[in-house]
Write a protein that binds this ligand. Sequence first.
Ligand SMILES: [Zn+2]
Ligand SMILES: [Zn+2]
Length: 274
Amino acid sequence: MRIDCDFHMHSEHSLDGRLPPAEMVRIAKERGLSAIAISDHNTFAGSKEAMALGDTGVLIIPSVEYATELGHILALFLTRELPKEYLRPLDDFHFEFDRVIDGIHACGGLAVFAHPFKSKARTGAERDIFDRVDGIEVFNGRAAAKFNHDANEKACRAAAELGLFFTAGSDSHTAPELGNARLTLEVEELTLEEVRRALLEKKGTVWGRNAKVLHCARSAFTKWKKKRAFRRYPKAVLYLIGAWGLDLLKRIGLVRGNQGRYFVREGVFVDDTH
Ligand SMILES: [Zn+2]
Ligand SMILES: [Zn+2]
């Protein structure tokens, strides 16, 4: 059977997330998703809570998104939470890359480089960042949020060139974004083993659409509120100004819309916006 999966999303267990895991499962089902990875920032809590719901008809892929000095790493199919020995903090948010990768593999998981080109500073020449990962996220719903329109295309090219498996994820932090990116896989049955097998075959089709700037503003605002960093200038305000400016530019036809449609077919990135 053919199934749609969203391999990257955040629940209220992330500092910038808003949704309870049970609500995310309900929305995923409503939107025709068969499998989702609730990949909270540096915590297994969201996946754990969703798995405890029992059989909902939506397969939960146990996952975490770890922040490291080289970038964000999705840990998919974890059989348990990473023990502390693998989590050496570099500051209050980042962990040492090599140890995280070791930990993911020790816990039976697959390490996927999330939105590798979201940061414009990364050109694509420094390919050794992919040396230790098993796969690359080739479509991330938020990778293009900062006028970085070729971030996903670059990721797709890297996965194809390096022969790594690929995933797609909405990176949703709010309800409207959930399911914005999907990977369609062919599986015999809806189990973790089958989804993992199908991923490693590298045959799925990716479909994606970018998050709206307004939703990025909402999660930035959530983070600001949860942190109670009231004295710091809220990033949310910058996003709101950005959203208004972007809308204006779109109206006068200077920038491409947020709701483009993108496909990846046989390793080729297709921009179907126009
Ligand atoms: Zn990330
Ligand atoms: Zn994320």
